[in-house]
Design a protein around this ligand. Structure first.
Ligand code: SAM
Ligand code: SF4
Length: 327
């Protein structure tokens, strides 16, 4: 599959819009509605769409949400996903809070070794401020267990917010001296209605400067296929990697190889553009494989050359939170 000269081989699937956390940069403080259960794509529907997308060139899938592990029977879904022979890479993005040793072992047994955890701080009180949940110890334990069980590479995503965790970036980067983790600093993206104050956004140049002031110069690493949009560096003598994901200060649209499937069964060719194409309704209405593949192709025709963060939202598409699209 191709979109504007870019080869599309990566499908990011949001399996649920539900989450047991309420991270400040992701969801609003006030109660918000969730997608009714009957409008969420069922596992067999996701598998069908994924198989068709694999016929068309998708070889990599990342499972995300919401929090993937709040959805019932996720392990048996993942097992079925692993049975798709043309998929060479399956990874998961999680807040880690529900990942017990047994579940991590089950993931490893089915061949999933790549986990991205989200962790914005090493301080438990601060963790509670950011996520609005008291779960630091569980998340840290899950990361350590995954490491002990040999999951690799373990990636940790950190959204940097001024006045909340910007003073901690060097401490987080220092973890790469102790563990072979990839610590990836992500610029906050204003999405849905979870807007933080504009002044709270911290761009990569500043994050990098804070790390280098505290820990010494970062040396650039050659880019590898599974690095995605992360620009990677390492600290002298460190086994781990410090990465920067820069959707704001330096967008990576020209290299974007992704298509998203949202939890309500819409194809979304760009995270930061509101165009979505419903594939779930035609599937439920009995569309055949050729028609469904045409829908996948059509969605890719709308993959923009460059994202439009901040553009006005079209009236016919419901406002999407990061949780329903899948970050
Ligand atoms: N619940 C899982 C988790 O937190 O890892 C998966 C879903 S979450 C939406 C996926 C990623 O999006 C997380 O790493 C999170 O930090 C990131 N994210 C959420 N809102 C964001 C925002 N406004 N700007 C930048 N990254 C954001
Ligand atoms: Fe939940 Fe992940 Fe969003 Fe936090 S970032 S509220 S854990 S979906």
């Amino acid at each position: 599959m191709n979109a504007g000269g870019r080869s599309i081989n990566y499908l990011r699937i949001s399996v649920t819009d539900r989450c047991n956390f309420r991270c400040r940069y992701c969801v609003p403080a006030a109660p918000f509605s969730v997608i009714p259960h009957d409008q969420i794509a069922r596992y067999e529907e996701i598998l069908k769409i994924t198989r068709l997308a694999c016929d068309m060139g998708i070889t990599k899938v990342r499972i995300t949400g919401g929090e993937p592990f709040v959805r019932k029977n996720i392990l048996s879904f993942l097992q079925q996903l692993c049975a798709i022979k043309t998929l060479s890479d399956i990874s998961i993005t999680t807040n880690g809070s529900l990942l017990t040793r047994d579940k991590i072992q089950a993931l490893q047994d089915m061949g999933i070794r790549r986990l991205n955890f989200s962790l914005d701080t090493l301080d438990s009180a601060r963790f509670q401020t950011i996520t609005r949940r008291d779960r630091f110890d569980r998340v840290w334990k899950a990361i350590m267990t995954a490491h002990e069980l040999g999951m690799a590479p373990i990636k940790i995503n950190t959204v940097v917010i001024r006045g909340i965790n910007d003073d901690e970036v060097a401490d987080l980067a220092a973890l790469t001296r102790e563990f072979p983790f990839h610590i990836r600093f992500i610029e906050y993206m204003p999405m849905g209605d979870s807007h933080m104050e504009k002044q709270q956004q911290v761009l990569t140049a500043e994050i990098r400067q804070r790390i280098e002031t505290g820990l010494g110069p970062l040396k650039e690493k050659p880019h590898r296929s599974y690095d995605g949009p992360s620009k990677n560096y390492h600290l002298p003598g460190a086994s781990g990697v410090v990465g920067f994901i820069t959707p704001i200060s330096s967008h990576f649209c020209s290299e974007c190889n992704r298509l998203r499937l949202t939890s309500r069964g819409y194809l979304r060719p760009c995270l930061l553009n509101d165009y979505e194409k419903d594939i779930l309704t035609p599937l439920r209405d009995g569309a055949d494989e050729t028609q469904l593949k045409e829908i996948i192709q059509t969605s890719l025709k709308h993959k923009p050359r460059c994202h439009s963060l901040g553009q006005q939202h079209p009236k016919d598409i419901p406002i999407s939170h990061m949780t329903s699209i899948g970050g």
